[in-house]
Design a protein around this ligand. Sequence first.
Ligand SMILES: Nc1nc2c(c(=O)[nH]1)N[C@H]1C(S)=C(S)[C@@H](COP(=O)(O)OP(=O)(O)OC[C@H]3O[C@@H](n4cnc5c(=O)[nH]c(N)nc54)[C@H](O)[C@@H]3O)O[C@H]1N2
Ligand SMILES: Nc1nc2c(c(=O)[nH]1)N[C@H]1C(S)=C(S)[C@@H](COP(=O)(O)OP(=O)(O)OC[C@H]3O[C@@H](n4cnc5c(=O)[nH]c(N)nc54)[C@H](O)[C@@H]3O)O[C@H]1N2
Ligand SMILES: [Mo]
Length: 761
Amino acid sequence: MKKDKSEQPLKTNPRVSDAAGPRSIQSVAYHIWEETYVGRGVKTLFKLNQGKGFDCPSCAWPDPDPKEMSSIAEYCENGAKAVAWETTKNRVDTTFFKDHSIESLLAQNDHWLEKQGRLTEPLILRPGEKNYHPISWEESFAEIAEHLNRLAEPDEAIFYTSGRTSNEAAFLYQLFARQFGTNNLPDCSNMCHEASGKALNETVGIGKASVVLEDIREAEVLMIFGQNPGTNAPRMLSELQKLKQNGGKIIAVNPLPEAGFMQFRHPQKPWEWIGKPTELQDLYLPVSINGDLALLKAIQKILWEEEKQYPGEVFDLEFIREFTVGYEAITKELEGCSLSQLTTASGLSETVIRQAAEMLRGKKRIIIAWAMGITQQRNAESTIREIVNLLLLKGAIGKKGAGTLPVRGHSNVQGDRTMGVWEKMPESFMNKLGQAFSFTPPKNHGVGTVDAIQSMLDGKGKVFFGMGGNFALAAPDTEKVFEALQKCELTVNVSTKLNRSHLIHGKTALILPCLGRTEQDISSLGAQFVSTEDTAGRVRMSAGDLTPSSSYLKSEVAIICGMAGAVFGPESPTAWESFASDYDLIREKIEAVIPGFDSYNERIRKPGGFFLPNGSRERKFNTSSGKAHLTVNPLTIQQLPHGRFILMTVRSHDQFNTTIYGYDDRYRGIRNSREVVMINAGDMADLDLETGDKIKITSFFQGEERILEGFSAVPYDIPKGCVSVYFPEGNVLVAIDNHSPESQCPASKYIEVTLGKMPAS
Ligand SMILES: Nc1nc2c(c(=O)[nH]1)N[C@H]1C(S)=C(S)[C@@H](COP(=O)(O)OP(=O)(O)OC[C@H]3O[C@@H](n4cnc5c(=O)[nH]c(N)nc54)[C@H](O)[C@@H]3O)O[C@H]1N2
Ligand SMILES: Nc1nc2c(c(=O)[nH]1)N[C@H]1C(S)=C(S)[C@@H](COP(=O)(O)OP(=O)(O)OC[C@H]3O[C@@H](n4cnc5c(=O)[nH]c(N)nc54)[C@H](O)[C@@H]3O)O[C@H]1N2
Ligand SMILES: [Mo]
């Protein structure tokens, strides 16, 4: 990856800034001014997450009920930045590619690449060529068809999806892949909440949150594990504020004291901008990286000791009896656990763990939220099952103000899964899909992200198709991913902006530019809209309002249909062309295949859309036993060799995944650089490091070493033995096989490293 190019010197300021508040407005104003024609940018913000507007392209945080929305009620700083970034006035046109060869573009950093603006026309790079050049849509589709139809078997093609794709496009995309004959449908979920889906399905019968937005304010206690909502789901903070106003308590579990929990000022309530900010967290548990499983077990152990003394006063025995299996086994496990061993493994003191247990002891309405700090771990599924255990023991699921809250990332990542973008969809789905389209879907499971990389490395995967995203940088083990993509015969990316996945290409490469969420989507039959599903399982319509950035852009739906037409030819029994002109027809098919979409076309047009069925919300646990499962998840203690640290990769406040908006991480007081390593001040002293010293990071996995050099040391309030760098830069250190055991979620928050001071240059 290309070096950070901020011209300003690194600045660090340990004072944590307020989350949201007036400075977030200032930041948005800057981005709108920088990127857009101001009128266009501001007009668009008014349509964000509104009944008749478009779904925010940033995170998947649920929108409130339409009744609760104000004019720009669903504004947040980072959503607004994402909108400004998409509605930019900058364009990447034909002259741009004449002037810039692949080689010269490779020398640019990732911020610069996207900053060039929206892609405007289809582009191709043929074998041996140095520059991309324009190609017509028809020729692009013909090129793809020629490559795909030439493959010895369908499994030589890989169809990746990023989570911005709409329900309608995702449904057609997976249909296309399966009609072509493969289940190779890796997606960004594989690197994100895959472990949550796995653990929740097994224990409560559905891999999605059991709570809806309105539950949050009703909770007595909300625990939040491994998530930085101030940056990554900013609208969550105002819900947490409501919870606090109702007397609820918040326990934050995180190696970093994230600003959002400490000092919050509502961006739309100027009267809060002066005076004291709201402190959201009531208890902060600075857990060691991956100490969460031990912490969860320790809390349960303490509660179990109390339960034995006062039977039925701590645990919800009635709920346990009626709705769960596994109580005996779990109490036996808790009986045998050593509290001191658990405490040590968590990295916390027994005192604070007891405080947390005390806050939960007499409470019945408990919500546990979690995100990447929990899922991107080697034992992610076990930790998530422990979250479920705690909730089940307290009977805190399937009622108001209680339940599971895995906070989804990408705006429609959850919807894409519901639509069948998954390499191992269940037989029930496959049968219905086959029936609805009169074909036999492939039986074998396909590859997820990790296996997709391996398949390309092995020379089996020959065509890589990316429906959005930036696979080259988002996937683990950067060097291997680059090698994998470069081995392909063809790489295709459907994108809005230029990114590294266009430059790390197969022998032939195509860039297909598409409409963004904010833009009007007009087919031969008139204006079309799409729909998305948020974290709480609500499905809503999304209709852009802006004139497209270029008249050559096609919607993702139209691109899939065009490609299908070329690949399958006129004999295809599926009416691809009519899908492209009338999205209602796609929704009719979705309704026929996927449960919960009855009267889709009618209900999607109602303000606020509709909720998908969710058994765990109603205490209907669709598991193998028909009950919720309490499970035993032993603690495995990892002994680190002397001198090793555990490194996590996190997002800064100025990025959306691989999209780098800028070089500041305002909430963490780090400015002008992303090439930093956050280190505990005590560890810095032990290593004889000063702020700004350049460091060589070496990661270790199964006898292999990976290296990242030249990052600056920054003293930070992080537990000893733990260090942090930013994603995606840190991906060079993540070994491809370093992932969770049951769902292959890359352990991008658990990397064993050493830190070496580099000689001053
Ligand atoms: N503005 C913005 N919004 C986004 C995104 C973005 O990049 N920018 N990305 C979107 C996507 S796809 C996703 S998945 C979400 C991601 O949202 P988050 O999960 O909040 O993202 P990360 O920055 O990866 O933060 C992980 C948090 O976990 C903590 N953590 C790391 N290791 C551990 C651990 O072992 N235990 C505990 N308890 N905590 C730990 C880190 O300190 C950090 O606070 O955000 C979505 N929203
Ligand atoms: N080390 C490490 N690695 C990680 C993570 C981590 O925390 N640490 N997080 C992981 C997670 S949670 C995720 S979700 C993945 C994210 O992985 P991806 O989803 O693959 O990556 P993004 O950076 O979101 O993709 C950005 C690109 O999407 C394109 N794009 C933007 N909008 C649209 C649109 O509307 N349509 C289309 N077709 N394209 C569009 C633009 O061209 C842009 O360059 O990364 C994962 N990788
Ligand atoms: Mo994600």
